[in-house]
Write a protein that binds this ligand. Structure first.
Ligand code: ADP
Length: 534
C-alpha cells in the first residue's frame, strides 16, 4: 500500500513538472511501463460538442504512432468499447477481447506500423486483454485511455492503479493546456498591441505630413482627413469625416473626374483649380485606390502657380519693355544714317538724345532684371555701414534733377543734426532713385514730390511723398511683390517691369530696415523707409 501511495505521489510530482502536453503523455507512459504491463497505449480526447474521439497519443508494441495519422472516430453509444466508457463514465476491463469483438458493433485495431484495421472483418485482433479508463474533468468524460495486452490478462488491481495514474495524467494535461492557452493569449495580445502601435505610428505620420491626405470610400464619404487637409481647406476633421466629399468640398464633382486613380502604381500628379470659400486654389492631386477607398494626397500650388504666371507675364513684359527703347534707338540711328536727307544740327542733336535716353532705359531694365535675380540667389552683397542719410538724399535728388526730374518738382527737407544710419550707401541711393522714379512716373499731372529725412525714435527715416494717382489700399501689400504691376491705363501706357518696388523692399530689408506705404487713390502716395541707426 505504502509503495502505491509513494508511486502516486511521485507520479503526481513527475507529471506536474512539465507544461508541455506531449511530454505529459510521455511521462505518463513511462510511469505505466513500470507498473502496468501493456503492448499498446492509446490516449484519446473526447469532444462532447462534436461527439468525436480524437487520438492524442499512441504507442503500440514499442512504436510511437503519430496520432494525426489515426482517424477521428465518432461517438457511437451502441458501438465500440471506447464509446461505452464515454457513455457510462465507468472504466472497462476485458480479458476476452477476441470474444467481444465477435459480437455486434465495430471495433478497430491499430498495429505497430499505425495501420488501423476493422476487426473482426479483417481477422482476429492481436489484443487479448484491454482496459479502457475514462479521463474526467469535473465529472464529465473528456477522454479515454486504452491499455492493451497481447498476453497476460489485467486484474482489478491493475485497473485501480491505471485509473489513478490516468486521473493524474488528465489533471497534468489540463494544466499544461491551460498554460499553453495563456501563453497563446499573451502572444496574441502582444501581437495586437504591436499592430495597434504600428497603426498609431502610421496615424501620427499621416498627421505630420505636409500634404493634405484624405480617404474617400466607395460611397463617396470622407473617412480620413489629416491635419494638412484641415489647413488646406479650412474644414476640420470633425466636419469632413463621415460626410460626402461633394458636401465637404462643393465643386469636387467637377474636378474628381480629372484625377487619375492609381490601381497599384502611383500616377503622376495633376494640378486642378478648386474654389474653396470663394478663393481659387490650384491643387495638385495624387490618388491611389486602397481596400478602404481612394486615398488622395493634395498639395497647394496656388502660390507656385501665381509665380509661374507672373514669370511668363514678366517675360512678355520685359520683351515688350526692351522693344520700345530699341525701336527708338533703331529709328533714330536709321534717320541719322540716311544719305538722301540733310539734317540740321538741331535735328541731329534731338536724334542723338533719343538714342542716349533710350539706351539709359535699356540698361535700367537689364539692371533691374539682373539685380532681382541676384537678390533671389542671395548673391547681392549689402553693406551695413555708417551712412549719413541727409547728404545721400541730397546727392540723389540732385543727380535725378540733372537727369530726368524737373528741379521745381522735387522738394527736399532734411532735419538738422541727423544721427547716422546703418545702411549700404550705394544701395540706399538706388532705393531712393526707385521711389523718386515711381513718384514722378505715377504723377501724370505733375505735382510736387517731397523727400523728407528725419530721425524718429531709434530710426532714420526717408519719406517720398507724391500727389499722384495713389494706390488702392487692397494693393498696398501686393505692389511689393515681384513683377506685380497695377492694371491701370497709366501702367499699361508707361513702361515698367514690376520689379522696382520688389527690389526696393528687398534692399531695405537686407539693410535691416522696413518700407511701408500710405496712399489713397487720387490723393497721392507716401513711401516711408525706416533704417536702423548706426
Ligand atoms: P513698375 O513701376 O515697374 O510697374 P514697381 O515695382 O516700381 O514696378 O511698382 C509696382 C506698381 O506699384 C506699379 O506698377 C504701380 O502701379 C504702383 N506704384 C508704385 N509706386 C507708385 C506711386 N508712387 N504712386 C502710385 N502707384 C505706384
Amino acid at each position: 500500500m505504502t509503495s502505491r501511495v509513494e508511486l502516486l505521489l511521485e507520479a503526481a510530482r513527475y507529471l506536474g513538472e512539465t507544461l508541455e502536453p506531449s511530454r505529459v503523455y510521455d511521462r505518463f507512459h513511462e510511469l505505466l511501463a513500470d507498473s502496468v504491463h501493456h503492448d499498446g497505449v492509446v490516449v484519446s480526447d473526447y469532444d462532447s460538442d462534436q461527439r468525436s474521439i480524437t487520438c492524442e497519443y499512441a504507442w503500440v508494441e514499442g512504436n510511437y504512432i503519430d496520432p494525426a495519422t489515426l482517424p477521428v472516430v465518432s461517438f457511437n453509444p451502441e458501438g465500440g468499447m471506447q464509446s461505452k466508457v464515454i457513455a457510462t463514465g465507468e472504466p472497462l476491463l476485458a480479458n476476452d477481447v477476441v470474444e467481444r469483438v465477435k459480437g455486434g458493433g465495430t471495433f478497430y485495431d491499430v498495429d505497430r506500423e499505425g495501420t488501423v484495421r476493422k476487426v473482426p472483418d479483417t481477422g482476429p485482433p492481436g489484443t487479448q486483454a484491454a482496459m479502457m479508463i475514462p479521463v474526467k474533468h469535473e465529472g464529465r468524460v473528456v477522454g479515454v485511455v486504452q491499455l492493451m495486452s497481447d498476453s497476460d490478462p489485467y486484474t482489478d488491481e491493475h485497473l485501480e492503479l491505471a485509473e489513478a495514474l490516468v486521473a493524474l495524467m488528465g489533471a497534468a494535461v489540463r494544466n499544461a493546456r491551460l498554460h499553453k492557452a495563456a501563453e497563446a493569449e499573451t502572444e496574441a495580445r502582444a501581437r495586437a498591441e504591436a499592430v495597434a502601435a504600428e497603426r498609431e505610428q502610421a496615424a501620427n505620420v499621416l498627421e505630420a505630413v505636409g500634404e493634405g491626405i484624405f480617404l474617400v470610400d466607395a460611397a463617396g464619404v470622407v473617412r480620413l482627413w489629416n491635419r494638412a487637409a484641415v489647413q488646406l481647406t479650412g474644414r476640420t476633421a470633425d466636419h469632413a469625416c463621415n460626410r460626402p466629399i461633394a458636401e465637404v468640398l462643393p465643386g469636387w464633382e467637377t474636378i474628381a473626374g480629372g484625377i487619375p486613380v492609381g490601381d497599384g502604381g502611383v500616377p503622376d500628379p495633376v494640378t486642378l483649380p478648386l474654389e474653396v470659400d470663394g478663393v481659387e486654389l490650384w491643387l495638385s492631386f495624387v490618388a491611389v485606390r486602397s481596400a478602404e477607398g481612394i486615398v488622395y494626397a493634395v498639395r497647394n500650388l496656388t502660390s507656385e502657380r501665381a509665380l509661374e504666371e507672373a514669370k511668363s507675364e514678366f517675360v512678355a513684359t520685359v520683351s515688350h519693355e526692351l522693344r520700345t527703347p530699341m525701336a527708338g534707338i533703331y529709328g533714330a540711328a536709321q534717320t541719322l544714317l540716311r544719305q538722301d536727307i540733310q539734317l540740321d544740327p538741331g535735328d541731329r542733336r534731338t536724334l542723338l538724345e533719343i538714342i542716349a535716353t533710350q539706351a539709359v532705359r535699356l540698361s535700367q531694365i537689364t539692371e533691374e532684371v539682373l539685380i532681382a535675380s541676384r537678390l533671389d540667389r542671395d548673391e547681392l552683397p549689402i553693406a551695413r555701414e555708417r551712412v549719413d542719410v541727409g547728404p545721400v538724399a541730397a546727392e540723389t535728388v540732385e543727380h535725378m534733377r540733372s537727369g530726368v526730374l524737373d528741379a521745381s518738382m522735387v522738394g527736399l527737407d532734411i532735419e538738422p543734426d541727423l544721427p547716422p544710419a546703418s545702411a549700404d550707401n550705394d544701395r540706399l541711393q538706388q532705393v531712393l532713385m526707385n521711389l523718386l522714379d515711381n513718384a514722378v512716373k505715377y504723377s501724370p499731372n505733375g505735382g510736387r514730390v517731397l523727400v523728407t529725412v528725419s530721425a524718429p525714435a531709434g530710426h532714420v527715416r526717408i519719406a517720398v511723398k507724391d500727389s499722384g494717382v495713389g494706390i488702392p489700399s487692397a494693393e498696398h501689400q501686393r505692389i511689393f511683390a515681384k513683377f506685380y504691376r497695377l492694371d491701370t491705363e497709366l501702367t499699361r501706357a508707361g513702361g515698367g517691369t514690376g520689379l522696382g518696388l520688389y527690389i526696393t523692399r528687398e534692399l531695405v530689408r537686407r539693410m535691416g530696415g522696413t518700407i511701408t506705404v500710405e496712399s489713397e487713390p487720387g490723393r497721392g502716395s507716401t513711401f516711408t523707409v525706416d533704417l536702423p541707426r548706426a
